[in-house]
Design a protein. Sequence first.
Lengths: 271, 315
Amino acid sequence: MAKKEIGRREFLISGSIAAGALAVVGVGVKYLDISHTGEQLRQDFLRPPGAIDEVEFMYGCIKCGLCVQICPVQAIKLAGAHEGLSYGTPYIDVRAQPCDFSCDALQCVETCPTAVLNFEQFKEAGLKAIEKATEGTDLSNTDVNPFEVQKVAMKEAVLMGKAHVNKNTCLAHQRKGFKGISRGTDFEGIYRAPDSKYAYATPLKDKEFDREICNLCVTECPIGETAIEFSPGRGSGKMRPRVLDGCTGCGVCVMVCPTERPSIVVEPIKS
Amino acid sequence: MAFELIRSGKHKTPIKPKPIAEMPHTELGIDYKTWCDSHKGTHKWRNIRWSVLIFMNLLFVVSFAFDLAILEGSLSGSRLIGFYLMDPFNALQELAITSTTGYIVHLTMNFWIGLFTILLFWFFVGGRSYCSWMCPYHFLAELAEKLHNYLIKTKKIKEHAFHTGLRFVFWFGFIILALATQQLVFENLNVVGIVSRAMIYGPGLLLFWVFGILLFEIVYSKRFWCRYVCPIGTTWSFVGKLSPLTIKFELDKCGYCRDCQTVCLVPHELWFVQRGKATQETHYTGSDCTNCGLCIDTCAGNALSYTIKGWSAVL
């Protein structure tokens, strides 16, 4: 216990030191904030689906990690202290483990209590799609499953970034094929391939490819033909991947790309 | 009547101290020193509390590690079997910022449900009880305190105490900082959140900050963070202002040894145990009390006990 009462004088002294320390912290935070504004998010630091603008995201995210815990493929991770003010906020490193939409529900967005991963847009997109699909149909017909339409519409409404192909290293651009396991046998990443017979994600290393001209990014894309196509180039006529407007930036293409450094990268988009 | 229950009674004139003939040790016919030490080694409530604290924090860890969906998230926001819970100081900062930016309308119903549920729950179990029964940093600080006490006892270091009003400087300071920078500044320095996240999601560099604070507490000022800084604790003490669960003090069983104040995190809440200070036959601890039960364990006369204030009045 305190031997003597701590008086007003001591309080004023320690109080001003505390206030001064807080002010220093505030200036430091403001400095870090300003020096990082305008800095693009990186491919290895993509925000999860539905993330709102970075400025709002930074104060809206309470760093609880519920999105991390709900993700079935564990794509989302919490940033470490080296990310500065972003400490504790969620990110996706798509080269290591992208979002493959195999949860079919955008659970990370739905679970976010402060809506920095904003579910409204996906809810709307899903409902609109159901409405369109069931228009004029008899709802008592059990063959019609509107939820399939909803699932697709929701994932198509995601926009984390846009993929870009690096023509210099892309195998298809060099008319090369690919045979074997894309990222080696120790690679831990999982995803649900469009031709997979499972409803859940399986390891990439379990799948063997054999392509005359490499087109993994095109065939493994969870969105499909609206996001990326394998088509002949206008001048040369050689087959190469071309990213279309439907690309959500999920990054599955980045993960499956067999070149040492990914020949397809995702450039994050700030909403 | 109800108003009387929340007043400390400090404003009244003190009751005259008991003469030696009426002291509990005289009534038992034993030596005063022996009487004082008669509860040494009793750790009933501490053991119960540590078990609860470790169990709850482990629940967070295993829920994520084994995908159990019992208690997901971390201490800054979680879901208990699907039911949301929200850290109130985080929520306060968030509300302060969003009220200026208009983002407030986007906060989900889960946010509001989580916030009010947790406020209601901890209101009933004593506000700052969160600190000693839930907070993982409190546990670490308790261990650090033992080391600190040893260093004090062997006269290796000196004690440095501060004014408890410092907490309000930090509390308002962090809210103002949040408003000024539009960042949840406190969460980056919050040792509670850092420890909680480190346990659940794996350790990070910021653990060095936690060790730094612990070291400061060991060599300079006892329980510095919990006593003078932590705005989460301050928020809970606001919540616990009218809480029914608290610690009751009965003057007639007290032997004025003040052992309870020695072990207490917030000794100013036990002001009435000093000889000639009590103004009523029974006193209740105020909202800074974390209901940790250390004083109950140590009290030789069983003068301190958990109670639900106003219970008799309700019955």
